[in-house]
Design a protein around this ligand. Structure first.
Ligand code: FAQ
Length: 314
């Protein structure tokens, strides 16, 4: 870590953060802060875009028109979130083409959770309830972080994610109150989605290589473990209301800390998945590359239109 005393840009920047000010694109930002934000915000944007794939898999098979309309709108919202986040990352001086290239060539990461398959309709409910639930806990902290464009994107995204979570919870409620076969489908889906959702918050402190800098620069306001605990406390109670069982034999309520404690998380699986070896990594990247190639004519047409109509972009 650079010593602020040896770097006047860093010193001035940290002094502003200490006063509670936000950083904006026009400011002189320390290079390491800029790089950390580009890494994190672009990974976040990629996650939104790749995250469309497991859900889109069920649009044609939604069990009713109402569910189909809801799912279509959700997948479309995720595309919008990706676009806000790419725009926010571009304010740091890195072009969108470069960020997308990093995704398509496998250089950039995206959330571990989207490398798991959606095998039944209950999985779509689990994504809304658990994955959006986890995303909101993480993102409502980021909505108070030190970088202005990220804050503004997060405020808007969190509003939409809250709606996604509610519709997921409503879907799971319908299954949990349904026939024995529907209840079993919901439980089986929860069994598969619970462990990787816990991993979404990132590794524990000793393996969280970026946390020290991100906490110091107020990008992260809470640790990965603290946010994971908030999610566990919130979700265990929701599962009880639904009559579903959290698939963890070690789960127990600690009267002293007033928190639910969980059993060990399989971090080996997490690192394998984010290293490219999860169940669906290759499929996800193949789908994104195909979509990018299929969209080449749209990008060419938009660029030609913009060149002929400079006032449109003014
Ligand atoms: N997946 O040092 P840390 C959503 C990597 S949006 C993959 O602790 P950091 C909406 C990390 O990059 C979900 N990789 O990392 C939706 C680092 O490797 P690197 C996405 C992960 O950055 C819902 C290494 O492990 N949300 O779901 C993950 O301080 C439904 C060491 O970890 C965001 O991206 C992971 N889960 O903390 C869409 C939020 N965790 O890069 C569709 C913004 C860690 O040094 C449907 N990001 N790694 O090579 C963050 O808040 C942070 O980046 C964390 C990780 C908390 C994810």
């Amino acid at each position: 870590m650079t010593d602020p005393a040896a770097d006047p840009v860093l010193q001035a920047f940290e002094a502003r953060l200490a006063k509670g000010e936000k950083a904006e694109p026009k400011d002189r930002l320390p290079e390491r802060y800029r790089r950390q934000l580009v890494r994190m915000m672009s990974q976040h944007a990629h996650s939104e875009i790749v995250g469309m794939l497991p859900e889109a898999n069920w649009i044609t098979r939604a069990p009713s028109l109402r569910r189909k309309i809801g799912l279509l709108a959700k997948v479309q919202d995720e595309a919008g979130h990706g676009l806000y986040l790419y725009s926010a990352a571009e304010t740091l001086g890195v072009p969108r083409d470069e960020l997308i290239d990093q995704l398509l060539t496998g250089k950039a990461k995206y959330s571990n959770i989207f490398n798991y398959p959606t095998l039944t309709w209950a999985d779509i409910g689990m994504i809304g309830w658990l994955v959006d639930g986890a995303a909101i806990i993480n993102q409502s902290m980021l909505a108070k972080c030190s970088y202005g464009p990220y804050v503004r994107a997060m405020i808007r995204i969190c509003k939409e994610e809250s709606f996604h979570m509610r519709q997921g919870y409503e879907m799971v409620t319908a299954l949990a109150r349904g026939t024995p076969a529907q209840q079993a489908m919901a439980q089986e889906a929860l069994n598969r989605w619970w462990p990787p959702t816990l991993m979404m918050f990132g590794p524990p402190e000793e393996q969280s290589t970026n946390s020290e800098e991100l906490v110091r620069w107020k990008v992260k306001l809470k640790s990965n473990d603290e946010l994971r605990q908030t999610f566990v406390d919130q979700t265990v109670v929701q599962a009880q209301v639904l009559g579903l069982r959290i698939p963890d034999p070690d789960l127990r309520y600690d009267e002293d800390t007033k928190h639910w404690t969980i059993g060990p998380i399989d971090w080996q699986e997490f690192f394998a998945v984010i290293g490219g070896n999860g169940p669906c990594n290759r499929d996800r990247l193949r789908a994104r590359r195909e979509a990018h190639e299929d969209g080449a004519w749209v990008r060419a047409a938009a660029a030609a239109h913009a060149a002929k109509n400079p006032q449109v972009n003014a």
